[in-house]
Design a protein around this ligand. Sequence first.
Ligand code: BGC
Length: 888
Amino acid sequence: MTFLHVAAPGYEHHRVPLGIGESAPRLSWTVETDLPGWRQRAYEIELSDGTATGPVESGRSVLVGWPGTELASRERRGARVRVHGQDGSVSDWSPWSWAEAGLLEAADWRAVPAAPPRELLGAPDGPAPLLRRDFTVRGPVDRARLYVTAYGLHETEINGTVVGDEVLAPGWTSYSHRLRYRTHDVTGLLREGGNAVGATLADGWYRGRVGFEGGRTRVYGDRTALIAQLEITYTDGTTDVVATDGSWRCAPGPVTAASLYDGERHDARLLPPGWSRPGFDDASWLPADALPYDPARLVAPAGPPVRRVETLAPAEVTVSPSGRTILDFGQNVSGRLRIRVQGPAGHTVTLRHAEVLQDGELCVRPLRAADATDVYTLRGGGVEEWEPRFTLHGFRYAEVGGWPGAFDPACVQAVVCHTDMERTGWFDSSDGDLNRLHDNVLWSMRGNFVDVPTDCPQRDERLGWTGDIQVFAPTSAFLYGCAGMLASWLADLAAEQAELGTVPVYVPWIQLLFPTEPVAAWGDAAVVVPWTLYERYGEEGLLRTQYPSMKAWVDQCAGRAGDGRLWDTGFQLGDWLDPAAPPDRPFEARTDRALVATACLARSARLLAQAAAVLGEEEDHRRYGGLADQVGAAFEAEYVSPSGRLVGDSQTAYALALQFDLIAGAGRRARAGRRLVELVRESGHRIGTGFVGTPLVCDALVAAGAVDDAYHLLMQRECPSWLYPVTMGATTVWERWDSMLPDGTVNPGDMTSFNHYALGAVADWLHRTVAGLAPAEPGYRRILVRPLPGGGLRHASAAHLTPYGRAEVRWRRAAGRFELEVVVPAGATATVVLPSGPGSRIEVGAGRHRFEDAFRDAADDPVAERPGFFGPPDPQRDGAAGLAVQDA
Ligand code: BGC
């Protein structure tokens, strides 16, 4: 009995398409079938307004253009899909899915920012005032929507109930360019007659302290404000709008201080009971000020918000040498604690946080100027539950002070908070430490995808460093559906770039110590991140949107490189934090910074040329292809000897030259590859790369034919290596190879985070090469299955929810045999290359496939000292070395 089902279509990258900002949302669907090799020949879309496309001859099912008239603000429309297979099969109609537009025009906004009067604001990161108003619901309600955002952070309530489940709303965008609002269905919170709406407003990124070396406050303004528009549609079709303006009333609340870095202070005795319920007497409250503003800055979200995603119970409770109660949650996270406590009114409980212990006490030095301390003062008279709302900490350990009575660990939980993305990627192998490394990468992504892709979640920093996401983007796009979140961040990147004249080193930009100069590998995020989202999600539309930003970046860097095409001037961060860099001078890596910059320019020019081809920009395609060639030639002339040795004799220099294709001639490339292998062996198979070389070095070794050395490097447990932190009990990826030194002390450097994803970029290699699941065409329309077994692994597997559905690769080997199982989702195909070599390249379609091959692992044979089994990947053969540009 065969089946052919289409899932209800999804809209853009929305998990819940309510209040979307796209008036013509693109639709995507997946097909499930047991028809072998199924491919779509045509699709039909029907919209709830009667629009019907009829069969459209096309294999596309990912981000397909909206077939109807544009949605108006507030309009709700449904869509369903039916597909026709190349084999003549026809599915039933999918279920309907519905999208609702948000407020698409500036003119839709009646709300103006309602700002608490200045006397209710303290110094930045001070008290969080309340504001409220009553309103009347005239009759039976058909639907009600709250469109809401803030200057600062808000938590909004209607009739005593918190609206939605967002954390740190409205998140962080480049507020001076884009301020995100969210749409909530609040129909169920209203009742006929008297109602009330209220909000707590904290400073957050808007007015609070942000940044290192003292940071800055009031970056975006000195007045926090709520912008809220409640639209009530009655069953008789009439509407009412309750919007923020000068009629709202304000008063101090229980939050006496709230800082993203320092923590929150909450005095429960100060909460005015019933303040967000109707009929509350606010006569003594002060009127809000209505601030002028431009609603054109308000944008709908492209991805999900930050939420409470998981809670953890303490794994262990200990008493430290100094007598303090310390909780170990067993996992380094971003989040905060929730406590349940009972005690006398006015009693205070203090919660401190840290990522590591030293000498049995919280080690807070790595937090630098982030106090990470929450303080709760009890109301008294019963059990009280509390979780701070306007702060976030990076921690595994917490110290509980002042607990009234005997401490019960069941009364404390860690609440993990991050952008609520869909999990899409999994990896497993026969090596427990390798699996833990992968878990650590996953947790570092979770710890740092907090609306903005940040460097770290714990110290006085937490900025959207462009270099970090530049190297981590491929890994993140495998693990979670992050296209929406990153598309929003890229819009900020482009906005900052347009204003500053360059891509800054972090986005959103705040003027701190760094100059606004182009910095290689960091600013390259402008090109690499959109290209990665195209590769991984088939996001051609985003490539189009970001194209001017991509071009402006490459043009600017080419200008820096000048006619000589070598980028060897200006401020550079280089191969940041390679293991040779002194603790206090992370930029003093082994690899010449100008070499890094020129290599990065060559690659970005090449990717831009490929993007131009995808977008049909023929002239640009030629122009930037030519630029890439020139920069590559200049690189060679300057840095590569006639025989293929590099001037910068480092793992990163060779990895860059090989992976960015900067050495002409097979013989010279082979020579460079041999030298990389030598360097890796000379180092005793210890890693020698920083942020720039780390994502490349294993691929470069494979390209050099040295699969065994790549595995040896990967499986190294001595410091510095990927697995060394695992042996030290790490539960996230560290900023430095040795954030914790082998003697258990914390690295003395001023920059020592235990939760930084950049060096975890190797996970992409685990997915693509160890397990063997890689995109060969955009959005995994064609999958390259080319596992390279090694390292003594007995099995490995990966699974990924591609835009076409779930793909799986799993292999195991025993007694010289290699068994491979591949699942290809409907609508996609796969090219399978077995370990015994290119001759075994096999094309397969949708379905489950099994293969067998002969294989012997060098790691099983302790005396074996030989080069790898395979030649370098051949793009013509494998199609995937740098993702082939898809022909239309
Ligand atoms: C951040 C890094 C960042 C670097 C560049 C550090 O403070 O944590 O991840 O990329 O600065 O300067």
